[in-house]
Design a protein around this ligand. Sequence first.
Ligand SMILES: Cc1cc2nc3c(=O)[nH]c(=O)nc-3n(C[C@H](O)[C@H](O)[C@H](O)COP(=O)(O)OP(=O)(O)OC[C@H]3O[C@@H](n4cnc5c(N)ncnc54)[C@H](O)[C@@H]3O)c2cc1C
Length: 359
Amino acid sequence: MPVTSEIKPSVAIAGGGLIGRLLAWRLSLQQFDVTLYEAGDLSTPGGACWAAAGMISPLSELVHSEAEIYRLGVQSLALWPSWAEQLEQQSGRQVQFRHAGSLLVAHAQDKSELLQFQRELQGKLNDDISAHVQALDGEQLRQLEPALENFEQGLYLRDEGDINNRRLLPVLLSVLRQQDVALRERTPVSCSGYQVEHQEGRVRFDCVIDCRGLGAQQQIQGLRGVRGEVLVVQTREVELQRPVRLLHPRYKLYAVPRPDGRTVIGATEIESEDMSPISVRSTMELSSALYSLHPAFAEARIVETRVHCRPATMDNMPYIHSEPGLVRVNGLHRHGYLLAPALAEKVEKLVTKQVLQVA
Ligand SMILES: Cc1cc2nc3c(=O)[nH]c(=O)nc-3n(C[C@H](O)[C@H](O)[C@H](O)COP(=O)(O)OP(=O)(O)OC[C@H]3O[C@@H](n4cnc5c(N)ncnc54)[C@H](O)[C@@H]3O)c2cc1C
């Protein structure tokens, strides 16, 4: 709902990670006067958003999550194409949103994992899953993904996508600059109704949105970090067209292809808030699972490792809380890219309602 009065209502957003940037973009498009506060540098994001793989996988995630995550994910997947296009038009740069589905594969000895996945999906969707999941034999698999020559069965989830977060986040920043969002970097803040507080004092706004991820731990009871580790490898020998997940009883893995022969490999999920570098064990487990996906990965170079903690609530569900002058959005856990557009729309509505009531 666009705001029409001549004096723009002022909104402060605390946290320039994924949801903070998206909200700053959406709200400044609607004539809000937006100030974005970020504890670190906006050009090298310090949040979980920078470590992520950028998969938008409502079906793959449904097996481990509540039906609500799936519902919000489907809603977001419907929004991403037009949001990505709009961002590309505004910035003249690509965000590389890809709607090419994803593939699940398992080695012959683990093929029961694929069956189990289908059963679990069937149970959760309570519906005929054939519209969502296509079982593939080896030949069909190689038609879609020629590099997967070692596999004789797989599942194709056509309603999944991914976005290159290392493109999206800088593009969002450039669009915020174009839209005259006031950017306050290296400014850690605390938030309460109608005001943010930083080292130099308190500032009043018509509404404050708290998007600080793990930075909001003291205000959101039970918010915890879940450590995730990722490898980025580079090789010209293996070319994937879409995200691929390897189902394995012990070493699960996803591989997300990115430009320049890079592939993002992840991710561990460890109940710990330790943000120290990737462990030898995780490196070995991810690397050996990767090698079993395609032996040519053995000669790939590890060009980057990433570690961050996902902001998660006790029930792993997203958290939106609204009180006068303050909206908090958090707990995006392993689903930030999957859920962000749907959650951003919810928050936009809450903020607009609050501000219109005040006016
Ligand atoms: C290894 C890994 C892989 C992932 N892969 C995927 C994936 O494939 N698909 C998917 O959907 N999700 C994925 N995720 C999850 C996703 O990254 C998160 O859900 C998402 O980044 C959460 O967004 P956010 O904006 O809430 O928090 P963040 O991205 O963490 O951003 C919070 C921001 O707030 C800032 N901040 C903190 N404290 C303050 C303060 N006091 N004042 C001002 N600013 C502050 C931080 O510096 C940061 O910039 C992954 C996460 C990890 C760690």
